[in-house]
Write a protein that binds this ligand. Sequence first.
Ligand code: DAH
Length: 340
Amino acid sequence: MQERINKLLQEVETLAAGTKEQVEEYRFKWLSKKGEVSTLFDEFRTVPNELKKEIGQKLNHLRTKAEEKINELKEAYEARHQDTGKAVDLTLPGLPVAQAGSRHPLTLVKNQIIEIFSSIGFTVSDGKEIEDDWHNFSALNTPENHPARDMQDTFYVNLNPEMVLRTQTSSVQVHIMQQQKPPIRTVSPGRVYRNEAISARAHCQFHQVEGLYIDEKVSFADLKQTLAHFTKEMFGADTKIRLRPSYFPFTEPSAEMDISCTICKGKGCNVCKYTGWVEILGCGMVDPQVLINCGIDEKKYRGFAFGMGIERITMLKYQVKDLRLFFENDVRFLKQFTSA
Ligand code: DAH
């Protein structure tokens, strides 16, 4: 009983109310016939005689505290809503926020990615979620009937001309190159869509961050260094990277990057499928034809690009096993993430 009284004493201190209804709710919960305090007084009858004095004092103290606190909240509410005709007293202390919200884990990770790239000179750029076919595919060396289009099941929007829900943030690269002169160094975060069956590992919407660097002497070594720096900042200094040759229509050469598994530290577990490595992004040197498509002098300039999935990185960072949790808005999941 002592413990319960102590706990309630602490709780009563933290009560904060914004509305009249909340104050009334507190009064009911704490001070009504069936409230916390009365219930304890009922139980008090069963307390052994030798403890009665001590516990009785505590109980009275709790009742006084609860009454004081609730009256105080009521007065504060009334003071705020009294039309006295006088100026507002700006020196009054503010009311505590009863329960602060928290940022979505994908936002936390996106912000961290942006912060890392901003600190090495990348700007942040935005694109459109409804895109024309040319920006999403053709300009990126993926003309109609190109087999690479099958890699990304596309949602088409029936407009004239036909549009798509972008399948990749690579479309933002094209807009940027059309609009800006090199040197260009930018990251573009955003949502993308693919017509996939929803499961623990796939969703019809997810998020990517695209990176693009165009200048006179950009090399594959720059790409590797940039990604190695990003990985260490994001996952810790002891995380290793591995680049595997791959294929994307808009980069040549292309690669996929794995990082040493952050969960088992490379020893092998079910997240890395016992390989010690997990893939986190695709990258490569921008294909000169893409530079030409976007009006950039391909003889003078070169560039690298990369694209990473924010969900994948968040799952690794916070050990989330099911992609669907990110979109269900279940507060029991969301409130585990504290905002920075
Ligand atoms: N757009 C690719 C995808 O969604 C990812 C990607 C790969 C982006 C290589 C790039 C890149 O910029 O260079 O699968």
